[in-house]
Design a protein around this ligand. Structure first.
Ligand code: ZN
Length: 237
């Protein structure tokens, strides 16, 4: 728990900017964001006009966003669908909705680039995290040795049992080692990140299971339509 507390509050100090991320629980719900038009973590308030929310569809599509996208799907709706976002614009917070799937944040403090992904079973099978890393390299000139990755609260292996068809599909496409009939999304994603070339010391993984921790929404637990919101952005000083 100590490690998690540190991780959730962590932000990286730079000269003019710092990377800031927060993993949400039930107190940062989708419903609250849509009705109150803001997210609040203790004293940190993030207004909707600085947040971009995705229409997530369990794909591996990633879009680059800028200030024109601020407020998207909160203050106005968009037809565009994707499961990942990347930006280098300060004061723009990328929001991911989850209720068992893995919220994945990637950032490069040297290039000041942040990415936010929704990596569930399908996104992980399609290796959305390596697609994000490729875009960070090709479009934002990031060096993999500088990229840090954080995986947030998600369903754990013992609570994620699947049928044989599902299991076979996932293990073959994600190229990860799993023991039937369970899937460990976070270990699969971590392998993908390491295989892509990110340094082990730059990967942090939350151990919180959304299914067993009542502070979190869990689709598998009760088929909830609610989602916790997690955000990452580049904060000016
Ligand atoms: Zn669990």
């Amino acid at each position: 728990m100590l490690q998690l507390t540190l991780m959730e509050k962590q932000s990286v100090d730079l000269n003019r900017f710092r990377i800031l991320y927060r993993f949400g629980d039930q107190s940062q719900s989708l419903h609250k964001l849509l009705t109150e038009k803001k997210l609040v973590w203790n004293h940190d308030v993030f207004p909707a006009d600085k947040i971009v929310l995705l229409n997530q569809i369990h794909s591996s599509k990633i879009i680059t966003v800028d200030n024109q996208s601020a407020g998207k799907n909160i203050l106005y709706t968009s037809d565009e669908q994707a499961d990942g976002m990347i930006t280098n614009k300060p004061e723009l917070y990328l929001a991911i909705k989850t209720a068992d799937c893995v919220p994945v944040f990637l950032f490069d403090e040297h290039r000041l680039v942040v990415a936010a992904l929704h990596s569930g079973r399908k996104g992980t099978a399609e290796n959305i995290v390596s697609k994000a890393l490729n875009i960070m390299k090709s479009d934002f000139n990031c060096s993999l040795s500088n990229v840090k990755v954080v995986l947030g609260p998600a369903i754990c292996r013992k609570h994620y049992q699947v049928d044989s068809v599902c299991f076979a599909d996932f293990t073959s496409r994600s190229n990860s080692t799993q023991i039937f009939p369970f899937i460990d999304l976070r270990s699969a994603i971590k392998s993908q990140i390491k295989n892509a070339g990110v340094l082990d010391e730059n990967i942090r993984v939350s151990e919180i299971c959304t299914h067993e921790n009542a502070d979190y929404f869990s689709y598998r637990r009760n088929k909830t339509e609610e989602r916790q919101i997690s955000i990452i952005g580049i904060k000016g000083r």
